[in-house]
Design a protein around this ligand. Sequence first.
Ligand code: MOS
Length: 746
Amino acid sequence: MTNTLVGKPVDRVDGRLKVTGGARYSAEFNAAGLLHAALVLSTVSKGKITAIDTAAAEAAPGVRSVLTHRNAPKLKEPKPDFANGGGIRNEERIPLSDDKIGYGGQYVALVVADTFERAAHAASLVRVSYAAEPPELNKEQASATKRKPKENDQGEKTQLKKGDVAAALADASLVKIEATYETPTETHNPMEPSATVAMWEGEDRLVVFDATQYVKGTQDVVAQAFGLQRAQVRVICPFVGGGFGCKGAVWPHTILAAMAAKVVKAPVKLSLSRHAMFSGTGHRTPTTQKVALAASRDGKLHAIRHHVETLMSPFGEFVETCGARSTGVMYASPAIEVEETLYEVNVAPPTFMRAPGECPGTYALECALDELSYALKMDPVALRLANHADNHPFKNKPFSAKHLKEAYALGAEKFGWSRRKPEPRAMRDGPLLVGWGMATATYPGYKMNAEAKARLNADGTARVQCATHDLGTGAYTIFTQISAQTLGVPLEKVTFELGSSDLPFGPVAGGSNSTATVGSAIYDAAQDLHNQLIALAVLDPQSPLRGLNPGDVALAAPGQLGSKSQPAKTDSFAEILRRAGKEFVEGEARMKPESKEAPPFEFQSFGAHFVEVKIDPAVPRVQVSRVVSVMNCGQIINPKTARSQVLGGVIMGIGMALEEETVYDPPTGLPVTRNLADYHVPVNADAPSVEAYFVGEPDYHFNPLGARGLGEIGITGAAAAVANAVFHATGQRVRDLPITPDKLLI
Ligand code: MOS
């Protein structure tokens, strides 16, 4: 059937709800008798609680309960099996389970009261005494904890090696670059802070409204903590105000809200403050990345060495995987060596933050390539073309539908790259220094497992369901488009339901997998639904399709099935249902067993950013003035929402390059940049004109829609392109982000 909806810039189906306040976020759910909880955060980062005085808090007006490790119910330690549809934990410790302090901001008490203000006031009255030890906050202090993980939590190899890297780096005939790049801790700041409303319906039924990227994951972890079956816990989250990875795992506050609701026997709401988000829901770990490149005069790489050091918390391993996810996939080189080293520090657990691994990894690698381009006196785009990887550098398989060369070409054309003067400080706009930089973007095509249900009613309406999520990205809209398209029902007649654990299984909305995963499940459910209509029609003596081989019948036009061999023979959904006396027909997609066979292709998206910066030498604050980004993500389902995703990624990349940094106070280990006044993210004045383009073709090797997700690729390479433009403008190479004015002494 012809494509009528997929690829169209359909307006957001939830747009009206969003702008009228009709979209309800987790903290907005209420219940009769709702109580409010407030957290007490540890003011030390390492040591033990020696005493807690809760008397004043307990005596404060409206207080119902003060929970600490002394009186908190003992819960079970969840052991989620992510590969089999389980949840995710980055803090593998039940909150308030003992007196041990592993990081600043760790929850040490929870106060429940009848109003939010009374809870917050009483929380300020809790007095906690600590036997504090000096915290270990960086790799020097934590050198004893050094280790090299073989794999990350998704089972990917983190240490890679091929060819003779040392020999190439020692070869005097080659041009070499060796540099260390550093990225700071960055903290997610979605518009919507995390929040949980928990209510028990009797002893063994729990309802949780939770700001999450994974309703089924929260269901699993919370059920395990309380010793319940998954079906006894309902998790509801129809809207998310941004996640970027910080709502993928189940964090202590969600478990605490449910614990408190059980203790006080009433619904409890627990909303995190912006401050609490700086330790309570993860961050991007800081990285130190040593990159060494060796290339011949023609630009061909002979070796890439990429050594990464990152930090993790005492409460669970987390690998940022910078090397394998950038150097491990991006360029052809006969010799590549990637190492990842971890240190355990007294900082809250890190987690996924938009393109974990690829984002800091491409920053380092793409800056190193830029440095190499100057050493070779070669155009940065030409250098990348000289090292284009047709095959995956380690798996020796071709990439499916890779159109990176087109992305470079289109980006260069739209940006006007040919007018670039290669020398640093060679371009000006009046008194301003102008710099043009570029970088490659990349992100894998991930597909997970999902189920879906599709119901077609006799009145021509349809309802499609999957427990997936809309993080504000447009998932409601594109899944409505895909449902309408694959079912053959007009868009306005389709309702797509997500955000509830009552629905068929959907995986975490992470790894930019949702479009490919859920889209495929919708496709399968629509096929199943059509098969049921076909089965009715071919057995119906009154149907024009009677007696046909079911394999000869398919969707012919919206609302119509037809014979493939005799196109004149058609029958409508409405007629088939009417004659069969059915109110509706339902199709489903079930979890698919994991294929044992590796596909013959690698699924990886690529793109390119071209960035212009302008810098006043008197006040060297970098202004990004123009960005052109070209991405190749297969079939674009909705150009409007896709464009917004790329814009968001690029602007977040500008924040990474120029502004974002979570700073910890050395003596206490507490985050001091713990609000949006001190932790800078780009505002409108920082956001340039960003043009986003897409190249390529649908990747049908990947899934029947041909789509690869694009939530994360936009940020990859973006910080490098900015940093490279800053070098071009100033001749100064700042290798530790963010590039703040104090680092640019022009
Ligand atoms: Mo994304 S960082 O996988 O939510």
